[in-house]
Write a protein that binds this ligand. Structure first.
Ligand SMILES: [Zn+2]
Length: 450
């Protein structure tokens, strides 16, 4: 469909209107940065006891952004189709004129799954072998930048730390087995680490649950008698078990680095790196794919064999996974990004507590199609929720997976046009922000998507 150039582009900026997702793991009410940002949308009605988990900026079919062009709203994907130069030559050519990234704000109240993402070649292979599970051939590198203290698991701990836990947490030895424990503590062989981690992940749920209960009992006793339990990650074990009782992920913390990013700090999640988001608010940028291999802290489909085989068993200090907060980042985050989103991006409120089978998460692969969503995937334990009935108020509401018609063009507008004032995000010219932030010595210039 030919979309006329919006007049605002001549000024160098266009406005994005973004989708909000309300998955059950989101922070509640105004504790959520997503909700705080959403409040700048005049149509947003805060529900104080509702989770607000994600704000999406991009063209993903499950929550596509819109561009305001004068008094019209245009799907960002349509707008890009007729303004291809905004992508920059290399992106336009490499990704067939499609936006290859999805940019999000996340507010995490409850842990997300322990997972890893395949590299491109492996993703292609997985897709060929099991297209019903891995429905696109793309890798999914991610970067998370903390907006608040942001807690996660990332990469394998230094071997000496894992060995210490094996020596001091008898329940861990019970679940990985004495042979694996002995091999792990008697050398520095990464194969021993792989065997021990695989033994843990493939242990029967009953055995895991039984040993976890023993561990919890022991930790609680120790705690109630006034002893410190931090040497065995006691508080984290108790918290994760309260969120996912009996889950194998509660033992994974003895293998994986426990990281708390400070605002402005970042972690990059490359292929085969085990990780999980546990709590906090962040901005996340990722390639458009949904190739997530999960193994714990999730009710969703787990592909334990694939995960254990693909992981990078390199041990390292948690600091190796943290990108420090530079002054540039501080400036960008505190003086530019947050005010920008609060002021310029007016999220469109979509209630998309999705449910259904995990398969519905995935998007059929088409090189010309924008690929799939992230981790807010259908959660079998969540109560099925109605779609964002605002989209088609005259239709019978249907159970939503947020992705019902990925092969169709995005749904009609929900009449939100006049809910928002036109505000702008540049895609053509570098943004010059000098009026919003008088504290800046120099106007910030953000290059477009080149
Ligand atoms: Zn991930």
């Amino acid at each position: 469909m030919a979309v006329p150039l919006d007049p605002l582009r001549s000024s160098g900026v266009v406005e994005l209107k973004c989708a909000v997702q309300c998955y059950a793991w989101g922070k509640i009410g105004l504790n959520s940065t997503v909700a705080q940002l959403s409040q700048h949308n005049p149509s947003f009605k805060l529900e104080e006891d509702k989770p607000y988990s994600e704000l999406w900026m991009g063209t993903h079919p499950n929550g596509p952004s819109k561009v305001l062009a004068g008094d019209k709203e245009i799907w960002l994907s349509d707008w890009i189709d007729t303004n291809l130069d905004v992508l920059g030559g290399s992106v336009e050519e490499t990704f067939n004129g499609k936006l290859p990234f999805l940019f999000k704000v996340l507010s995490v109240n409850k842990a997300l799954s322990i997972q890893a993402h395949p590299n491109k070649a492996h993703a292609t292979q997985l897709h060929e072998e099991r297209p019903e599970v891995y429905k696109d051939p793309n890798h999914k590198p991610e970067m998370a930048i903390a907006l608040t203290p942001f807690e996660g698991l990332c990469g394998f701990r230094p071997l000496v730390e894992i060995q210490t836990y094996v020596k001091t947490v008898p329940e861990l030895v019970a679940v990985i087995g004495q042979d694996a424990a002995t091999a792990l503590t008697s050398g520095s062989d990464s194969l021993a680490l792989k065997k021990a981690f695989t033994a843990l992940m493939t242990r029967s749920p009953d055995a895991i649950s039984q040993q976890l209960n023993k561990l919890l009992e022991r930790l609680k006793e120790k705690q109630s008698s006034g002893h410190d339990i931090s040497d065995q990650c006691g508080e984290l074990v108790l918290r994760l078990n309260s969120q996912f009782p009996g889950d194998v992920g509660c033992f994974c913390i003895y293998f994986l680095n426990h990281i708390v990013l400070q605002p402005g700090e970042a972690m990059f999640l490359g292929p085969n790196l085990p990780h999980a988001y546990l709590a906090g608010d962040c901005m996340e940028c990722m390639a458009c794919s949904d190739n997530v291999v999960r193994a714990g802290l999730t009710p969703k489909f787990k592909d334990v064999d694939t995960l254990c085989e693909m992981l990078d068993y390199k041990c390292g200090a948690k600091e190796e996974n943290i990108f420090p907060c530079s002054m540039t980042q501080v400036t960008l985050m505190s003086q530019f990004m947050i005010p920008l989103y609060q002021t310029l991006l007016l999220p469109e409120f979509r209630e998309t507590e999705r449910s259904g089978s995990p398969e519905m998460e995935f998007v059929p692969v088409d090189p010309n199609e924008i690929p799939a969503p992230d981790d807010g995937a259908p959660d079998p334990n969540e109560t099925p929720a109605l779609d964002d009935g605002a989209t088609n108020p005259n239709e019978t509401p249907a159970l939503d997976d947020g992705a019902t018609d990925r092969n169709k063009p995005p749904a009609p507008d929900d009449g939100a046009t006049d809910r928002n004032k036109p505000l702008h995000q540049t895609m053509e010219q570098p943004i010059q922000i000098n009026s919003l932030h008088q504290t800046m010595e120099q106007p910030i210039q953000i290059n477009p998507l080149h």
